[in-house]
Design a protein around this ligand. Sequence first.
Ligand code: GDP
Ligand code: MG
Ligand code: K
Length: 298
Amino acid sequence: TDQENSHFRSGYIAIVGRPNVGKSTLMNELIGAKVSITSRKAQTTRHRIMGIQTDEDTQFIYIDTPGFQTRYNNALNKTLNKTVTNTLTSADVILFVVDADVFGQADQQVLDLIPKKVPTILVINKTDKVKDKKDLMPFAEKVSALRDFAAIVPVSARQRFQLDRLENEIRHFLPENPPMFDPEDVTDRSERFMAAEIIREKIFRYTGDELPYTSTVVIEQFERKEKICRVFAAVLVERDAHKAMIIGHKGEKLKEISTEARLDMEKMFGVPVYLEIWVKVKSGWADNEAGLRAYGYD
Ligand code: GDP
Ligand code: MG
Ligand code: K
């Protein structure tokens, strides 16, 4: 199979699943120390690129997808929903991540959004939590009855269990292509972009269903030094009530959001991070298409 290995593969992998199933952990562990972050480039504006891993025969381009939002029918949500649909339909393979001991309505809703024509791998994460591994079988059977999955891979992202196997499965679905990104390509701009993505993700997690997509994150200042990174971010929301939701009782929620975001950034950037987040009310911005473009939604 030396012959086969001489063919370089490169393609897009969309990671989807309800909040908390371990998507970010999985992606971090999959790209590991070899992470190279890239901002959106001309040829890939339809994707939100999160991380790229390149080895001797494959370039894995992982993309994260924000969840669909149906509660608010404003311009921003329409734009985001379109982005998710485009991301999923143009991915080479989709990882549908579930938690090893629960499959509920929220998981089903995500599954319903996955286009059937894109090969989808069922990733059963957090298997370390399952004491008797025999219990995984009926769970896997139950979930796999819902869709014709291209593969089923139980993993533990946290313990790096079976991630090699998952990578091999993924590779199989990537087209033969030369690398689309320079493996060494890491820029300040991309880190700045990632900083916003990380904060956005934490806000969505900590505010549950209430807030998403009526808020956005703007990095007002980004200073990257050799030994420290300073990030000053503004969260723009539509109403005072939304601001209160993010800040929380005695500022506790914002503190948690900041701490988690900072830890993720430190992991990703490899240096200590000083992070300040301000919440600002900017009424009506989410209904304004021109405003959205100004904040980088296209
Ligand atoms: P996301 O919302 O899907 O991106 O989920 P995260 O990656 O942020 O993980 C949510 C929580 O699950 C965090 O507390 C993780 O540490 C935890 N987690 C992720 N992967 C595993 C795993 O393999 N095993 C266990 N026990 N916990 C995990
Ligand atoms: Mg996440
Ligand atoms: K997410």
